[in-house]
Write a protein that binds this ligand. Sequence first.
Ligand SMILES: Nc1ncnc2c1ncn2[C@@H]1O[C@H](COP(=O)(O)OP(=O)(O)OP(=O)(O)O)[C@@H](O)[C@H]1O
Ligand SMILES: [Mg+2]
Length: 376
Amino acid sequence: MARVALAGVRKVYDNGFVAVENATFDIHDGELMVLVGPSGCGKSTLLRMIAGLETVTSGTITIGDRVVNDVPPKQRDVAMVFQRSDHTPHNPIHVPPKQRDIAMVFQNYALYPHMSVYDNMAFGLKLRHLSKEEIDQRVRRSASMLGLETVLARKPRQLSGGQRQRVALGRALVREPAAFLLDEPLSNLDAKLRLQTRAEIARLHQRLTATMIYVTHDQIEAMTLGQRIVVLDAGRIQQIDTPLNLYRHPANRFVAGFIGSPPMNFIEGRVDDGRFVANDGSIALPVRQIAKRGPVVLGIRPEHIMIGRNGTSATFTLDLIEPVGNEVFVYATAGGNQIVARVPPQDMPQIGRPIDLTFDAKSLHFFEPESGTRMA
Ligand SMILES: Nc1ncnc2c1ncn2[C@@H]1O[C@H](COP(=O)(O)OP(=O)(O)OP(=O)(O)O)[C@@H](O)[C@H]1O
Ligand SMILES: [Mg+2]
């Protein structure tokens, strides 16, 4: 296993589009790092640059002790599980065909349909001329880790989607690479299998203590899997931190709104003399932790809003109640401000009636209206 380091990495595609700007971060030896961000933010581009399937416009990528910018993918000692859409005929990836072949030998979700599970897993090792015994050992070890021992003789079409996904993972595993690169490996699984396979990947990581870079657009997947998370937006890194720190201390409004479900509520307004007043005057709250005066965006997470009245409350109109079992999502408006609260099940006013909501004074966030940067 090895550390992976990026320093000032930039990617400009041939058409002039800047897909990644100044990416600098380290993935420690044995760490599971998650890259998360909305579609098109540059996650796959970053991963493919690490794999060597895209050129780096500027900056350096280091795997182990070696700068790999000019090292061909085959010699980088990484195994990649691709985002499935990258291999559909409609979306021939942005990788020259010759390299793509190499990538196929690497790992990808599209298993060879005519080969057994065993042969699918062994294939890459045969190409690398490992001994029969070594191959057998590695395939059986990976199969047992992934619970595939009983299906080794089957063809991919005789497997469930989840099993196929595990075979794809197994093909990466048998290579015993310096790092695993996983691009949305669960995106084609149904909700239940996603959860199962996600847990499997987490367990696998614990057992292997492998260096893994895991790409997803799903913030819940990121939060549950990542030891640390890189949040990307529009090709730029927004924040790198542990899941809890991202949640508690988002560096800007983008991260605050991206991490958490339902998302953080934002209310635009101003602070004067220790009071926050929404721009349309509909909400006014005493606020302590911000000394600065002037325009701000107040942020509060749904679980930090309670029903009832005290010092930091305001009156809203109840719009909608969504019971989800152990808790209730309460949607309410005041003037032009819509918010959602997450509360225990309890008696509630009727829809369309006023509802008093209290904001936990210790859990308010403040962001600059223009830049979105965190103020307090
Ligand atoms: N070969 C290319 N030429 C020009 N632009 C490209 C090329 N490949 C990707 N892009 C653009 O670069 C941006 C980043 O693409 P990338 O595939 O890295 O996004 P992503 O974060 O993986 O998105 P998704 O979650 O949808 O997979 C997108 O706006 C995409 O349209
Ligand atoms: Mg992608």
